[in-house]
Design a protein around this ligand. Structure first.
Ligand code: NDP
Length: 263
């Protein structure tokens, strides 16, 4: 490849690609030459991001409204992708939500939502792409887990359980696909500067801290001393999707400023 665009012509699906880390991943994959399909629930946000990718970045990008917790919605989205664009070469399971509540206040609804969006959504989307990847003998699956998939934090039992599940599924599927030209990895960001981190900071402010104290409380655990930037997570994802990373599978790669060691 002479222009360095290692993913030229590859079709990549990014769940939760409308904003935050997912949008940065879309940018990084697009820069590497991939064609994109972005999934999410908010049509207006997806349409705006897709227009920007096409018109400003010059990256062939489509979007489909899809709730990854809803199996029918996922099946329908991937059917549309296959019909319009062919089989995806790359799947990035990035859609996720967090909840910061003490264990005793964790309702069944919160528990189920955390598992559904972070873990079951990853399972459902992976199910949709894996058969064609196996047939092709090639594919890249990257799951955006979290440092919460490698260690515990207080007030996040449901989220930690779901993200540990994502890391476990990643490792198990990597063993099944290691000889088939498919890699399956997770990236584990620490607190990253997106709406999700902003809401974690807001929770601490609501509990009586100043914004500065809240930000410090969050970054105190991070040796790097600052929030991770979405682009830093995206760059790790893009590398894992590249041909250069063909021998890397079953890994949970922290992008966390030194907070955790690779699992
Ligand atoms: P944001 O809240 O900024 O974005 C989340 C994205 O996921 C949005 O595009 C959202 O779109 C989509 N999404 C949420 N629920 C669903 C659903 N049910 N179906 C489809 N799409 C959905 O979060 P981040 O960018 O911060 O997080 C991205 C990933 O990174 C998540 O998996 C998160 O757990 C993980 N992460 C984030 C960290 C952080 O500090 N920010 C740290 C570690 C991991 P829409 O609302 O339109 O559906």
């Amino acid at each position: 490849m002479t222009d360095g665009r290692l993913l030229r012509g590859r079709l990549a699906v990014v769940t939760g690609g409308s904003r935050g880390i997912g949008a940065a991943i879309a940018e990084a994959l697009g820069r590497a030459g991939a064609r994109l399909v972005l999934l999410g629930r908010d049509r207006a946000e997806l349409a705006a991001r897709t227009a920007m990718m096409n018109d400003v970045r010059g990256v062939e990008t489509k979007f489909i409204v899809c709730d990854v917790t809803d199996e029918a919605s996922v099946v329908n989205a991937f059917r549309q992708i296959r019909e319009a664009s062919g089989d995806p070469h790359i799947l990035v399971n990035n859609a996720g939500q967090s909840a910061g509540v003490p264990f005793t206040d964790t309702t069944r609804e919160t528990w189920d939502r955390m598992i559904a969006v972070n873990l079951t959504g990853t399972f459902l989307c992976t199910q949709q792409v894996l058969p064609a990847m196996l047939k092709a003998g090639a594919g890249r699956i990257v799951n955006v887990a979290s440092t919460a998939g490698l260690k515990g934090y207080s007030h996040t039992a449901a989220y930690c359980a779901a993200k540990h599940g994502v890391v476990g599924m990643t490792r198990a599927l990597a063993m099944e696909t290691a000889k088939k030209g498919i890699t399956v990895n997770a990236v584990c960001p620490g607190y990253t500067d997106t709406d999700m981190a902003a809401s974690a900071i807001r929770n601490l402010v609501d509990a009586g801290r100043t914004e500065e104290e809240a930000t410090k409380a969050i970054t105190r655990v991070m040796p790097i001393g600052r929030l991770i930037r979405p682009e830093e997570v995206a760059s790790a994802v893009a590398w894992l999707c590249s041909p250069d990373a063909a021998a890397v599978t079953g890994q949970a790669v922290p992008v966390a400023g030194g907070e955790v060691m690779a699992g």
